[in-house]
Design a protein around this ligand. Structure first.
Ligand SMILES: *Cc1c(COP(=O)(O)O)cnc(C)c1O
Length: 251
């Protein structure tokens, strides 16, 4: 077994000038050194690109691509994945922040247990990076059926070992594309193993609040019906579980 395998960090971004510096910095300061950060910009109209270029000049582990036309999160994340050379993929949204030892702890867990897919507990921060003293805890190891009932996996907490999961391709949905991606892996009979320790801070943004939640719910319904091809009554059942758990999470 390689002692320090390469971890490819997948970071799509769009108009993230206010937040992406903190996200990139949280990768640069990881205690685990053998990573590459792959950033693809989805035709941002703010200062995001110049920030990415600055960081990439100061650290050769950071590579980027700039799209000239906006094509959405799924395409953008797939482009990042195609640039990856690592056996391990770790996902980080450009407004979230990893804790210092995130990669080291998660990689050690995955290599000791020889598992292909892990997620972790995360905490909430506000737009200014202040803690909201709220933790979204893992709920144990997830199989396909359990995850359909509770889409608890935080995208920025996920790491996969492609030697076990196979290639990762993000299905084309506007918002629940990450859920569809994890379902594709779980459907193969691979479990998502829980690391019950906060490794990531997830940024809660006021502006993207309620309208996004409706979009996300609509897209999740499409994932259940069109991607998973669940029969209507099953889809209604799982969607009710999701809605219940989503509300519980906010309390
Ligand atoms: C990992 C990955 C790649 C890049 O790795 P290769 O070694 O070039 O295959 C490309 N496409 C997908 C879908 C991947 O998961």
């Amino acid at each position: 077994m390689e002692s320090k395998p390469l971890v490819s960090v997948i970071m799509p971004c769009y108009n993230m000038a206010s937040y992406i510096s903190d996200s990139i910095k949280s990768v640069v300061v990881q205690t685990y050194p053998n990573w590459e950060l792959l950033i693809v910009d989805d035709a941002s109209t703010d200062e995001t690109v110049s920030i990415i270029k600055d960081y990439s000049q100061s650290d050769s582990r950071i590579r980027f691509a700039i799209k000239t036309q906006n094509s959405g999160i799924a395409d953008t994340r797939n482009q990042c994945i195609r640039m990856a050379h690592g056996q391990f993929l770790a996902f980080l949204d450009a407004d979230d922040i990893w804790h210092h030892e995130k990669l080291e702890k998660q990689l050690r867990f995955m290599m000791e247990k020889n598992v292909g897919f892990t997620y972790s507990t995360y905490d909430w921060i506000d737009e200014d990076g202040n803690t909201l003293n709220k933790f979204i805890n893992t709920i144990g190891n997830l199989d396909y059926e359990t995850y359909l009932q509770n889409t608890i996996i935080g995208c920025s907490t996920v790491m996969v070992n492609k030697a076990i999961t196979g290639d990762v391709v993000v299905p084309k949905f506007r918002t629940s594309e990450d859920t569809a991606t994890w379902l594709d892996i779980l459907r193969k009979g691979i479990l998502a193993y829980a690391i019950d320790e906060p490794l990531v801070s997830y940024r809660i943004r006021r502006k993207s609040a309620s309208s996004n939640k409706i979009k996300a719910a609509t897209d999740l319904w499409k994932v259940y019906r069109r991607h998973e091809k669940l029969p209507l009554f099953k889809a209604i059942y799982y969607f009710s579980c999701y809605a219940f758990n989503a509300i519980k999470k906010r309390l």
